[in-house]
Design a protein. Structure first.
Ligand code: DGJ
Length: 753
C-alpha cells in the first residue's frame, strides 16, 4: 500500500517499506528503506541535524543545509556528494517538490525501455526545476522490491541538453561493504568486495552494453553480514547499455547510492515538450543476510521481470551443436546428433552459428539470412520436420545486431554499420555493429529474423552478440533502445518462442535482456568447475531459472581440465541443464550416465529451476541447495582434494525442525583408470592402469561409490548431516565416498509423509 500524510510518503507491504518526507523547503528527505514501518515513525527516523557542521552550505533561507539523506539532489546546491542530474550550461538551482500522485498499478514507460511487470502500486513525485523543467520520480512497490526511475520533461520553450540523469539516488545511514561482479569473456562474475569509503566505489560499463566487465548489479552489506543474518541490500538496473553506479560514504555517516545510464560522453538534447525516460532501477532489502537478499531478488525476477509466458514454466533440456561441430556440419551430422540427443532425453535441438550465408568461419556471412544450402539442402523447414519426427523441437541461433564486412548485407549497405565516434573502424570478432538507431536497420532485422522463425517453426531462439561497441553517450543509448524495439516487435507476437540471450556468454547478463529472454547463456566458459563459480556468483542477483549452463566435453577445451561427468552434470543441475559436445563420441557408459542425469533432472526440474535457493555453509568445499518445501536438494562441490580429510557435514537450511526427512545421496561415478597403481593392488589380475584393458573397460564401466541413506528430523539435518567418510587410501569400506579432484555429490532430502 502507499500511504501519505502531512507530506510524508510511505510505500509498504509485509516484506519491505520505503519512506520519505517533503521538508519545509521543498526538498525530499529520505527516511527509511527496510523492514515494514509506520507513518508515525518519522520523528524516530529523521536525522537530527543540531547546529550542524561549520563547513556546510545550502541555498539561501534554508537553515538546514544539504547534508542530510535526500531522495534527489543537484549540483550547485551545497550538496557536494555525487549528483544524479547534470545539464550543459544550465542554471544549477535545485528541484523542489510540486505534487504527488498514486496509482494502483505500474505506470508504463513511454519508450521502448523494458520495465518490471505484474501486480504493483506506484507513487509519482513531481519536482519542479526553477528553469521550468519537471522531474518525475516514480517509485513502484512490488512484493519484494522497490523500483525507481526518473523522467525529465521539458516544459520550457528552449531545448535543454542533459549530460547526466540517473535513475535513482538513495541516501542511507551507516557503513557498508560493496560487492561488484567484474570480469571479461570466459571470466564473468568474479566478485570483489570492498569497504565503501569517502571517495566511493564506481561500477560502470562503457562497452556499449551492460558487459561482463562490470555487471550492473551490486550488493551493499553491513559489515559482518552472513548468508543468513544481517542487513543486505541488492541493486540492479533494467538496462543493457552503458551503465554507471557510484556508492559513496560521507563524513557525516551517510552512504549515497546513484545508478543509471553512464554519463560518459552523454549529451541528450531535449526539445520543448519532449521527455527523457531513464531505465528502472531495482532496490531490494533483507535483514536475513545475503541469502535473504538473493531470495527477494530471485522472486522479483521470476515474477516481475521474465516474460509472463515463461514465469514459473519449466525450461526444456536442450542439446546445442556449437561445441561439438562449430561451423563444420551438414544435415546428416545434425540428424545423427539429434537422434542421440533424443535417446539421452533431450527435448530441444539447437542449431548454433554457421547455418546461413557464406558462414564457414566467423570471418564472413553475418548479416545474411539465406540458408547455406551446402550444409542444409532442405532448408530450415526441412531440418525442422526431421527433428520433429525424431521427437525434438527446433532452436536456432542468430546474431542480428552485427555484420561481417564480408557479407552481402555490408556490400549492399555499408552505411548501416556503426562506426566509432572517432571515425576509426574498430572490428571485434571480425564484425561491425549495425546502427540500430536507424529504422531501416531495425526493419531489416525484424523481417528476416521473423521470417526464419516462422519458416523453420522455431520454438527457441539463441540471440547472440559477440563484440563490444565503441559507441558512447546518446548514440549507444539509441542503439540499445533500437534493440529493445526489435525484440519487442519480434517476440511480443511470438510469446511461445523461448528466447535465450547470449553475448559471447555472459557479456549482457542483465535485467533488460531478461525482460525479453527468460534465460541467458551464463558463459562461454563451459568448463564445469570454472562455470560453477560463475553460476555461484550469478546466484547472488539472478535466479537459477535464468542461467544457461551446459555440460561440455572433458578434458575441457579452454582449461584442459578433466572433470568427472558426474560433477559436470551436478553443476549444470544448478542452472538450466543442456549438453554441448559431439555426442557421436560418447561411450556406452557415458550415454548411460547422461540418461540417468537427465532422468533425475526431469524429476526435480521445477525445484532446480524455481525452488527457493540458498548458498550453504559447508565443512569443506562449496555447497548450495534448492527447495520446494517438500523436497530439498543439496549440492556439495569439491575442487582439489587433500589427504587425510576430517569429518564432514552439510548444513541444509529452511527445513521444518520436527518433520522427518528421508536422505539419499547420489552416486559419484569415476573412471577406473583414475585409481592408477591401486588397481594392481585390488584386482586379482595384473593390469596396466593406462593399458588397453583398463581403457576398454572404461568405456563400459565406472567405479561407483555408495549411496548414503538415512532418515532424520529437520532439526538434526540443519545441525549438520554427517557425511560418509572419504576414501583416503587406507583400505576399502563399501560405505565410503570415492573422491578425487573436482568431485561432487547431490543429497536429496524428501519430507516423510
Ligand atoms: C558465442 C556464444 O557464446 C557461443 O555459445 C556460440 O554461440 C558462438 N558465439 C557462435 O559464434
Amino acid at each position: 500500500m502507499i500511504l501519505s500524510e502531512n507530506n510524508v510518503f510511505l510505500l509498504k507491504n509485509d516484506n519491505i517499506s520505503y519512506m520519505f518526507r517533503v521538508t519545509e523547503h521543498g526538498n525530499l528527505e529520505h527516511l527509511h528503506f527496510g523492514l515494514p514501518i509506520q507513518l508515525g515513525d518519522v520523528d524516530a527516523l529523521s536525522v537530527k541535524y543540531g547546529t550542524g557542521w561549520g563547513s556546510n552550505s545550502g541555498p539561501e533561507g534554508e537553515e538546514f543545509p544539504m547534508y542530510y539523506p535526500l531522495e534527489w539532489s543537484c549540483l550547485g546546491t551545497g550538496d557536494y556528494r555525487e549528483s544524479p542530474t547534470e545539464f550543459a550550461g544550465e542554471d544549477p538551482a535545485g528541484f523542489k517538490f510540486s505534487y504527488a500522485k498514486t496509482y494502483e498499478a505500474i505506470v508504463p514507460i513511454k519508450c521502448s525501455l523494458p520495465q518490471a511487470r505484474g501486480k504493483a502500486e506506484t507513487l509519482e513525485i513531481v519536482l519542479a526545476y526553477v528553469g521550468g523543467l519537471t522531474l518525475h520520480l516514480f517509485y513502484t512497490l512490488f512484493d519484494t522490491a522497490i523500483t525507481r526511475r526518473a523522467v525529465l520533461v521539458n516544459n520550457t520553450d528552449q531545448p535543454v541538453t542533459v549530460t547526466k540523469l540517473m535513475s535513482y539516488m538513495l541516501d542511507i545511514q551507516g557503513d557498508y561493504e560493496m560487492t561488484t561482479f567484474n570480469g571479461s569473456w570466459i571470466a564473468e562474475m568474479r566478485s570483489y568486495r570492498a569497504k565503501v569509503g569517502l571517495s566511493g566505489i564506481v561500477n560502470e560499463s562503457t562497452t556499449g552494453f551492460s558487459s561482463a566487465l562490470h555487471n550492473p548489479g551490486f550488493i551493499l552489506n553491513e559489515p559482518g553480514a552472513t548468508e543468513e543474518c544481517g542487513e543486505v541490500l541488492g541493486f540492479n538496473l533494467i538496462y543493457s547499455g552503458n551503465h554507471y553506479a557510484r556508492v559513496q560514504k560521507t563524513n557525516e555517516g551517510l552512504t549515497r547510492i546513484t545508478q543509471g545510464i553512464s554519463p560518459v560522453d552523454f549529451e541528450w538534447v531535449l526539445k520543448p515538450t519532449e521527455r527523457f525516460e531513464t531505465p528502472e532501477g531495482v532496490l531490494v532489502y533483507s535483514n536475513k543476510g545475503f541469502g535473504g537478499m538473493s531470495e527477494n531478488m530471485h522472486r522479483f525476477i521470476n515474477e516481475h521481470i521474465v516474460p509472463v509466458t515463461w514465469q514459473g514454466k519449466d525450461r526444456p533440456i536442450l542439446y546445442n551443436d556449437w561445441e561439438g561441430c562449430m561451423f563444420n556440419f551438414n544435415e546428416a551430422k545434425l540428424l545423427s546428433l539429434a537422434k542421440k540427443a533424443k535417446k539421452l532425453g533431450c527435448e530441444l535441438f539447437v542449431l548454433d552459428d554457421g547455418w546461413f550465408g557464406e558462414r564457414d568461419s566467423d570471418k564472413a556471412g553475418l548479416g545474411d539470412y539465406d540458408v547455406n544450402k551446402k550444409k542444409l539442402p532442405n532448408g530450415l523447414s526441412g531440418l525442422q520436420k526431421k527433428l520433429e519426427n525424431i521427437g525434438l523441437s527446433f532452436g536456432l541461433w542468430f546474431e542480428p545486431e552485427a555484420v561481417n564486412p564480408d557479407s552481402k548485407l555490408y556490400r549492399a549497405h555499408p552505411e548501416w554499420a556503426l562506426h566509432a565516434n572517432s571515425g576509426v573502424t574498430v572490428l571485434g570478432r571480425n564484425e561491425l555493429l549495425l546502427d540500430l538507431s536507424k529504422a531501416e536497420v531495425r526493419d531489416y532485422i525484424v523481417d528476416n529474423v521473423s521470417k526464419c522463425i516462422d519458416e523453420g517453426h522455431v520454438s527457441y531462439v539463441k540471440w547472440d552478440m559477440n563484440r563490444h561497441s565503441t559507441a558512447l553517450g546518446a548514440t549507444a543509448h539509441k542503439c540499445v533502445m533500437g534493440l529493445y524495439d526489435v525484440l519487442n516487435r519480434i517476440f511480443t507476437d511470438r510469446p511461445e518462442v523461448l528466447l535465450e540471450s547470449c553475448s559471447s556468454g555472459g557479456n549482457r547478463f542483465d535485467l533488460g535482456m531478461l525482460c525479453f529472454s527468460p534465460q541467458i547463456w551464463s558463459s562461454d566458459d563451459t568448463d564445469a568447475v570454472e562455470r560453477f563459480h560463475i553460476q555461484y556468483n550469478l546466484s547472488y542477483l539472478y535466479p537459477l531459472s535464468t542461467m544457461g549452463a551446459h555440460v561440455s566435453a572433458a578434458p575441457h577445451s579452454q582449461t584442459l581440465r578433466d572433470t568427472p561427468l558426474t560433477t559436470r552434470g551436478n553443476i549444470s543441475f544448478f542452472g538450466l541443464l543442456g549438453y554441448e559436445f559431439d555426442l557421436d563420441e560418447l561411450t556406452p557408459v557415458e550415454t548411460d550416465e547422461i540418461m540417468n542425469q537427465i532422468e533425475f533432472y526431469k524429476e526435480h526440474r521445477h525445484t532446480f529451476q524455481f525452488g527457493n535457493f540458498r548458498r550453504l555453509k559447508a565443512t569443506e568445499g562449496i555447497s548450495m541447495q534448492v527447495s520446494d518445501g517438500r523436497e530439498t536438494i543439496v549440492g556439495l562441490f569439491h575442487e582439489l582434494v587433500y589427504a587425510a580429510p576430517g569429518y564432514e557435514k552439510i548444513y541444509p537450511v529452511g527445513l521444518i525442525q520436527d518433520k522427518r526427512y528421508n536422505v539419499e545421496r547420489s552416486k559419484q561415478l569415476q573412471n577406473a583408470s583414475k585409481f592408477g597403481g591401486l588397481l594392481k593392488v585390488v584386482l586379482p589380475v595384473k593390469v596396466h592402469p593406462d593399458g588397453l584393458v583398463v581403457r576398454t573397460a572404461g568405456k563400459r564401466y565406472r567405479m561407483q561409490d555408495s549411496v548414503q541413506t538415512c532418515s532424520a528430523s529437520g532439526a538434526a539435518l540443519m545441525s549438520g548431516l554427517s557425511l560418509n567418510a572419504r576414501f583416503m587410501g587406507t583400505g576399502y569400506d563399501p560405505q565410503m565416498r570415492m573422491q578425487g579432484d573436482f568431485i561432487s555429490n547431490i543429497y536429496l532430502l524428501t519430507e516423510e509423509s
